[in-house]
Design a protein around this ligand. Structure first.
Ligand SMILES: N[C@@H](CCC(=O)N[C@@H](CS)C(=O)NCC(=O)O)C(=O)O
Length: 218
């Protein structure tokens, strides 16, 4: 069976991506959770991946790390599930937007780390965070306007693109970002998925607390 090595669910935004992708498509896997930033974390993660970072997918003799590479691997292994849009132009755009999320939005990541157990009041944000947020909103508003009649996910049906953007949906909730209607509707839709509710419920029950992350964005 596939194994997915992930961090604790309260904080591990990168882990959420392949996890939600597997869940949304009903692909069975064993979950291996390693609490982050503790004594021994690096050693534990190092047993699975040379990067010392999660997520990491193990498929028999094959190990794949980097969230986007894991998603691509799964799309190739399970072609029946249409993890990318079928239309060629749409797929190219989805890949570009997924890569943009994988490589960018660093200010949003740094100043507003994922913390699914908290909801904080909106506060003034750094200019670089505003730029990231504005770009995120422009992407989601644009896609949801164009694909409104094709389903509730970014390009209509759920795809890797939604998986890659899902951690930002949790940040929108945690930090009470003000959002225009289409973006708020997509955020609400992602957060209402049974898999995401399940992720939140498990996170609530986790014992691990990262003090620095707890106070971010305050
Ligand atoms: N670009 C990587 C980022 C992975 C990453 O930074 N993971 C964090 C947890 S969310 C991690 O493993 N941190 C442990 C560490 O840096 O020691 C990916 O897409 O998978």
């Amino acid at each position: 069976m596939l194994q997915l090595v992930i961090g604790n669910k309260a904080y591990s935004s990168w882990s959420l991506r392949p996890w939600i992708l597997l869940k949304q498509f009903g692909i069975a896997f064993e979950e291996i959770v390693i609490p982050l930033y503790e004594a021994g974390t690096a050693e534990k993660i190092g047993r699975y991946t040379p990067t010392g970072k999660v997520p990491c997918l193990i498929d028999g003799p094959i190990t794949v790390w980097e969230s986007i590479a894991i998603c691509e691997y799964l799309a190739e292994e399970y072609p029946q599930h249409k993890m990318w849009p079928e239309d060629r132009a749409r797929r190219a755009e989805a890949r570009a937007l997924a890569a943009e999320m994988h490589a960018g939005f660093s200010a949003l990541r740094t100043h507003h780390p994922m913390n699914v157990r908290k909801i904080k009041p909106a506060k003034p944000r750094q200019p670089e965070v505003e730029r990231d947020l504005a770009r995120f909103i422009a992407i989601v508003e644009g896609l949801r306007t164009r694909f409104a009649d094709q389903g509730p996910f970014l390009m209509g049906e759920f795809s890797i693109l939604d998986a890659m953007y899902a951690p930002v949906a949790t940040r929108c909730r945690t930090y009470s970002f003000p959002l225009p209607a289409h973006t708020q509707a997509w955020v609400d839709h992602i957060l209402s998925q049974p898999a995401v509710r399940d992720w939140y419920a498990t996170a609530e029950a986790e014992p691990w607390v990262l003090a620095a992350t707890e106070h971010a964005g305050e």
